[in-house]
Design a protein around this ligand. Structure first.
Ligand SMILES: [Zn+2]
Length: 139
């Protein structure tokens, strides 16, 4: 699995989702303002009362997107982490144990997070263009 490709694709999907959620937040604000129009007061506008819920849901979507971005960033940081850039680790086949150079560099590894998490995130967007069958989870 190419983590870099999946990271790039997921970020593109999250960008699209964020743009859509921001548009919805703006639309909710526009509709709430329109409701203040004096000629509409006291009249029944089907569905307009739902704009507060729409805005709340869109704002929650933005928070969810931010959390997903943080997960994607954390995986990328974990898989691309180099304790002493440019010099391979001499840790006898255990990439998660520091070698002498690691200890000398005194850089702590980012928290462990498996790239598999990205496959779980991507499942929600399997119908989007660019989703690869190789990212599909098989059980
Ligand atoms: Zn090392």
């Amino acid at each position: 699995m190419s983590t870099a490709d999946l990271v790039a694709w997921l970020r593109g999907v999250l960008d699209e989702n964020e743009a859509a959620a921001r548009e919805l937040v703006a639309e909710a604000a526009r509709c709430r303002e329109a409701l203040k129009e004096p000629r509409l007061l006291g009249t029944t506008q089907v569905g307009w009362g739902n704009w507060t819920a729409v805005e709340r849901t869109a704002l929650q979507a933005l928070a969810d997107i931010e959390a997903k971005r943080a997960i994607v960033d954390a995986v990328e940081r974990y898989v691309s982490w180099e304790p002493h850039p440019g010099v391979p680790c001499d840790n006898e086949g255990n990439p998660h144990e520091p070698c002498d150079l690691c200890i000398a560099a005194n850089r702590s590894m980012p928290p462990r997070i498996e790239p598999h998490v990205l496959l779980l995130l991507a499942m929600a967007y399997a119908d989007r263009p660019g989703y690869r069958t190789e990212w599909r989870l098989t059980e």
